[in-house]
Design a protein around this ligand. Structure first.
Ligand SMILES: Cc1ncc(COP(=O)(O)O)c(C=O)c1O
Length: 499
């Protein structure tokens, strides 16, 4: 008699609808909700992907994709030979215990509007990592802005522009816009004046504003492949996934000819020319010219995300792309890397004709950033502290970076993983040998108290070569040494057994 596979019952997953977006995303959400409701318990074993796919009447690949996403988020864990289970670590995570069950669940999550489900999933994906090695953008104590920052804050709050007042200028405080325009002209070859600067709460808001202002619903956009999730997640949540042309990146940065072949009429290109995110190469001069030429001849916009160009460790920072075509480029910068991310201040430099549109979009979003910090930062730049500070931060980070490179070299043999060459920023990419799943390594390392992000989810469709993003900010030598040892163990445990 032929054997029939046992089909499990899965009441914890409601009906999936083919009209409600990608099935794998619905399935992942249904499982997160089941964990939040307590229908799935930490440590509980899940049916195999094959059995679950049969029970739900979906392709096995759909279940595999959902499982991979949840493993990357730390909701599930999978061990060679032991199947997949709900992560045991969820049992003791205090934030989850106090926050998630308290959230009202309006009936079945599948009934929520598609936008609500998409944003809820993004909230989980963007949860900040514990501030231990190798989380990215953790400021180094030795590179904190220090006494001048405190002194300026006290002085200005006591009676200067930072004292409490009414609504401010939605474009940003004028002294800060003047200081930023001056700084960008001199250090980044950005062609601008203060009237083109819009103060943001960081590059993330700049990217969101650019999408709101520049794109119509039917527009196609170029996005690097791989790319920062902060831009792909915006585009996925506000438009249609199919309209994102994921343009390959090689050692010269984004391949402009490939972009033209894929989507010549795209409305905008989102790029990281100084330091491709996450891989790290700068965009070559030939490609810069080709990109600008395409934008000028097709009336397209280029959005330049210049998130960490100040932190270059060999030679001088690259000049901006904006300087080549100020009429077509929206330039985005941030103080998250050179000061600290919780400051939440950055800027967009936009062509004259777009200033009102950016200001209008930002008024509706949050009116303007907190005025007091803008004045403190304006004085910090105008009095010359920022330039000195950047030199100091660069030195501190160069040292932290060298410490991580040495520790990785000591603990991880090259046949297991190797570092991508790069000379800038606050992170390194560690490629994993074929057959090692980066999301699995992230989950394993998290259990050992090491924070990482996987590289493969930054590629189109969430699948690309396996690698890890290693931040090297504010950690001590000892913390880095310990974490490198634990990381080596996590990578080894995820390697398929050798024949
Ligand atoms: C490529 C890239 N763009 C933008 C950002 C967002 O930075 P912000 O803190 O200014 O929002 C980051 C943060 O790490 C980043 O890596």
């Amino acid at each position: 008699m032929p054997r029939t596979a046992k089909v499990p019952e899965v009441p914890f997953i409601g009906a999936l609808s083919r009209d409600a977006g990608p099935l794998s995303r619905q399935l992942a959400q249904a499982m997160r909700d089941a964990v939040a409701r307590g229908d799935l318990k930490p440590g509980e074993a899940l049916p195999s992907t094959r059995a679950l796919a049969t029970a739900l009447g979906v392709a096995r690949g759909t279940v595999v994709e959902a499982f991979e996403q949840l493993i990357a988020e730390g909701f599930l864990e999978s061990q060679q030979g032991a199947g997949t289970q709900v992560a045991a670590a969820l049992a003791w995570e205090p934030e989850r215990e106090t926050r998630s069950p308290a959230r009202p669940m309006p009936g079945d999550a599948a009934q929520l509007p598609a936008a609500a489900r998409a944003y809820a999933s993004i909230a989980r994906e963007f949860t900040a990592l514990p501030q231990v090695p190798f989380a990215v953008s953790v400021p180094a104590g030795a590179a904190a802005p220090g006494d001048e920052w405190r002194r300026l804050g006290n002085r200005l709050r006591a009676g200067g522009g930072a004292a409490p007042s009414g609504y401010g200028d939605p474009q940003g405080a004028l002294p800060l816009r003047v200081a930023i325009a001056d700084y960008l002209r001199r250090s980044r070859s950005v062609r601008c004046d203060a009237s083109q600067v819009v103060i943001t709460t960081g590059t993330q808001q700049g990217l969101f504003l650019a999408c709101q202002v520049l794109l119509d619903r039917d527009d196609t956009v170029w996005v690097e492949n791989p790319a920062y999730r902060g831009i792909t997640a915006i585009l996925e949540s506000t438009g249609t996934r199919e309209r994102i042309a994921r343009v390959p990146v090689d050692e010269e940065g984004i391949d402009v000819d490939a972009g033209i072949a894929m989507a010549p009429q795209a409305r905008a290109a989102f790029v990281t020319p100084s330091h491709q995110y996450p891989l790290g190469m700068p965009l070559s001069m030939g490609r810069r010219r080709a990109l600008v030429h395409w934008a000028e001849t097709h009336q397209a916009w280029v959005v330049e995300d210049d998130y960490d160009s100040e932190l270059r460790y060999a030679g001088h920072p690259f000049p901006s792309l904006q300087g080549l075509a100020p009429e077509r480029v929206v330039y985005l910068g941030t103080f998250s890397k050179i000061l600290y991310p919780s400051l939440r201040l950055g800027y967009a430099v936009v062509p004259d004709g777009l200033v009102d549109a950016f200001v209008g979009a930002r008024v509706l979003m949050d009116r303007h950033p907190p005025v007091a910090d803008q004045h403190v930062l304006a004085a910090f730049i105008a009095e010359g502290h920022l330039d000195r500070h950047i030199r100091r931060v660069r030195g501190v980070h160069a040292e932290r970076r060298a410490c991580v490179i040495a520790a990785i070299g000591r603990h991880i043999p090259k046949d297991l993983a190797w570092l991508q060459p790069s000379d800038q920023g606050m992170h390194l990419v560690l490629w994993l040998a074929p057959g090692i799943d980066d999301r699995q390594v992230v989950a394993q390392a998290a259990e050992a108290g090491v924070s990482l992000r996987a590289v493969s989810p930054t590629y189109a469709g969430g699948s690309g070569p396996a690698g890890l993003v290693l931040g090297f900010g504010g950690f001590t030598d000892q913390q880095i040494e310990d974490a490198a040892g634990k990381l080596a163990q996590a990578i080894r445990s995820c390697r398929a057994p050798q024949p």
